[in-house]
Each structure stands twice: as structure tokens, then as C-alpha cells.
Write a protein that binds this ligand. Structure first.
Ligand SMILES: [Fe+2]
Ligand SMILES: [Fe+2]
Length: 393
């Protein structure tokens, strides 16, 4: 795959890192609104963004002949990908799992929900909130899919199979954040205003998946992510059951089964790319793995904790909802799913990429074990989502 790097620096946020606290202060925010010098307008813009890593953003790395592949796969996608969507009339809706507001028993149902939630520890709620916030940043993920050359929804109502998939996928995903958000609201266990602020910050920040408008990279990313969410919702389901809350287990398990369906669709697209263009696809996979798959909510911020995502991830790791081992397992699964070891007819670069990817899962595991061995004594961190109570990370 010939990568033509059309590079551009990201938003210049070097200053943001050093001034981030001041920039977020409401006083500065007010001043910026009242006066509108160029500097103040710039500061106002920065006040929406949390601290972030600054790096070169590569754009439009896929050459036109490879973009054409996606146009030629229109009919194939129609027959093979859209079938993994569920008709709306057959889909579950959040209301199927929540107290019925129109019923006389509503308050009793809420009371029961809250009684069950009392048995669940704080650290579980931190992870569930983080998962919900990740789902609630859905506008960002639809935007990300629509950055991809050759498959984006060109009009907002395009009738290509790719555009239909993206819109219907988004519509299915929309139920996930909706259901978890309503459940958490009713549970009474979490600080909804802090959670809502985190969602607003996160959507405002976007995400940086390093997919370069390139649908090869984009669909490798989504294959990985759908499996990651399948695993983490599956684990919150299992743990809810262990805490005695079968209804919450059902909520998380139902979401997990949607993620599994999405994983099937995205991995099928990449499987097809391997069939048509094994060299280009294995290079894309190696490229994505070298850059590391960043989690969709990696820019999470609640207005207080500059390391919120790191802290949330540490709790998810400790509770074994989503771990570094899962990351290695997902890659190993995808290597098997796409039969990477058996690819033939690759270029020299392609062979190197194949070798790199096949050896990577055990390497990640070894690094992880070493990191665990070196890990310092655990500390505790306050989470605004649970009213500042401290959680072990
Ligand atoms: Fe989801
Ligand atoms: Fe999904």
C-alpha cells in the first residue's frame, strides 16, 4: 500500500497543556465571551478541549485505486453486510428494560431497581459509568465513519450500502447509551451532573483514532472496537449477576450481543479486503497495530481529573472488565479470524507486516506481565461520577 502522507499538525495545543487549568476557569470563560480579541477567542476555543497528546495527523492515505475497491463492493455490502442489521421492529428498545413511566407500578419498579443497585460496589459503577459515557459519545463515532474515503455518507441520506450501514449502525448504537444512561439515572448511585459534563466534554473533544480517512484502517479499527465493547459489556453483565442484579446483567448482556453482531459485520468487511487485496490489508493491520488502537473515549475529561481516562481504565483493568490481556486476545482472535498466518503471495513489506502482526499478541502479553511486575503499590483516586468518593486504581 503506497501511503501518501498528507500531513498536517493538529490544533496547536502546546500552550493548552501548560495553561489548561486557567483556561477552564469559569472566570476566563466569561471574560472570553464578553470581549472578543483574537487571543481571547482562541482561549475560548481551547477551553472546550481537555489536555491531549499532540501529534501529526495524517490524512487521505489511501490511493484512489484502493478507494475504488469500496465502490465496487457496493452490491457485495448490500448482500453481506446490511444483513447484520436488525429491522427496527425486531430490535429491543431501552424501555423494554426500564420501569414503565405510564404504569401505576412505576415508583415500585424504580424502588426495586434502586434496592438491587444498593448491593453493587462503587468501583463497578465507575466502570459502568465509563462504559456509558463511551457509548454516549456516539456522534463522534458516526463522524469518524464519515471521515472515511469511499464509504462516507456524502449527503446525510445517501443510498449507498456503506452510508445505509453507517446510519443504521448508529441508530442501533444509540440505544446503548440511552439505556445505560436511564438505568444509571434511576439507580441514584451516581452524580448525573458530573457524568453529563463528562459527556459534553468528550463529544466536544472528539477522538483521534489515527485512521487517516482510510477505510482499510477505519474498518480494522471498528472490528477491534466492536469486539472490545462486546468483551467489556459481557464482563459487566457477568459481574452484575455476581452482585445479584439479574436485571442489570440482562441490560449489559443485551448490549453485548449487539456489539457481537457489529463485530461480525466489520470483521467480514476486512475479511473481504484480505481476499481482494491481501498485501494492502496486512500492511494496514500492521500500521494500525504499530500506532496502537486508542480507545474511543481516550479524551475523556470531567472538568476535574486530567487523567480521568487513565484512572477509569485502571479500575476497568483491576475489575477485569477490560484489560491489557483482552487487547492481546482481541488481536490474536482477529489474526485467526482473518487467517493472517496463511496469507500467501505477499510482497516483501507484506511478509514483514504479516510476521509482525502474528508475533504481536505474545509480545503484548509479555510486556504487560513485566509492567504488572513493576507496578507500584495501588493508590486511590476520587471520582466525581460517584460524588468524589475514592476508588482504588
Ligand atoms: Fe455500543
Ligand atoms: Fe457496537
Amino acid at each position: 500500500m503506497a501511503l501518501s502522507f498528507n500531513s498536517m499538525m493538529t490544533f496547536p495545543s502546546h500552550n493548552l497543556l501548560s495553561k489548561s487549568h486557567n483556561l477552564r476557569s469559569p472566570k476566563i470563560f466569561m471574560a472570553s465571551t464578553l470581549h472578543s480579541s483574537a487571543k481571547e477567542r482562541e482561549n475560548l476555543k481551547k477551553s472546550f478541549l481537555p489536555p491531549r497528546e499532540v501529534h501529526v495527523q495524517v490524512k487521505h492515505s489511501l490511493p484512489p485505486q484502493q478507494i475504488e475497491i469500496f465502490k465496487s463492493l457496493e452490491d457485495w455490502a448490500d448482500k453481506n453486510i446490511l444483513v447484520h442489521l436488525k429491522p427496527v421492529e425486531k430490535c429491543w428498545q431501552p424501555q423494554d428494560f426500564l420501569p414503565m413511566p405510564e404504569s401505576d407500578g412505576f415508583f415500585d419498579q424504580v424502588k426495586e431497581l434502586r434496592e438491587r443497585a444498593k448491593e453493587i460496589p462503587d468501583d463497578y459503577f465507575v466502570v459502568l459509568v465509563g462504559d456509558m459515557i463511551t457509548e454516549e459519545a456516539l456522534p463522534t463515532y458516526q463522524t469518524m465513519l464519515n471521515t472515511l474515503d469511499g464509504v462516507r455518507d456524502e449527503t446525510g441520506a445517501s443510498l449507498t450500502s456503506w452510508a445505509i450501514w453507517t446510519r443504521a449502525w448508529t441508530a442501533e448504537e444509540n440505544r446503548h447509551g440511552d439505556l445505560l444512561n436511564k438505568y444509571l439515572y434511576l439507580s441514584g448511585r451516581v452524580d448525573m451532573k458530573q457524568i453529563e459534563k463528562t459527556i459534553q466534554y468528550l463529544i466536544g473533544s472528539g477522538m483521534d483514532p489515527k485512521t487517516e480517512n482510510n477505510p482499510y484502517l477505519g474498518f480494522i479499527y471498528t472490528s477491534f472496537q466492536e469486539r472490545a465493547t462486546f468483551i467489556s459489556h459481557g464482563n459487566t453483565a457477568r459481574q452484575a449477576k455476581e452482585h445479584g442484579d439479574l436485571k442489570l446483567a440482562q441490560i449489559c448482556g443485551t448490549i453485548a450481543s449487539d456489539e457481537k453482531r457489529h463485530e461480525t459485520a466489520y470483521t467480514k468487511i476486512v475479511e473481504k479486503l484480505f481476499e481482494i487485496d491481501p498485501d494492502g490489508t496486512v500492511l494496514a493491520l500492521a500500521d494500525m497495530m504499530k500506532k496502537k488502537i486508542s480507545m474511543p473515549a481516550h479524551l475523556m475529561y470531567d472538568g476535574q481529573d486530567d487523567n480521568l481516562f487513565k484512572h477509569f481504565s485502571a479500575v476497568a483493568q483491576r475489575l477485569e472488565v477490560y484489560t491489557a490481556r483482552d487487547y492481546a486476545d482481541i488481536l490474536e482472535f482477529l489474526v485467526g479470524r482473518w487467517n493472517i498466518e496463511k496469507l500467501t503471495g505477499l510482497s516483501g513489506e507484506g511478509c514483514k507486516a504479516q510476521d509482525f502482526v502474528c508475533r504481536l499478541p505474545p509480545r503484548i502479553r509479555r510486556l504487560e506481565e513485566r509492567a504488572q511486575g513493576r507496578a507500584k503499590q495501588s493508590s486511590t483516586v476520587p471520582f466525581s461520577w460517584i460524588f468524589g468518593r475514592e476508588i482504588k486504581v
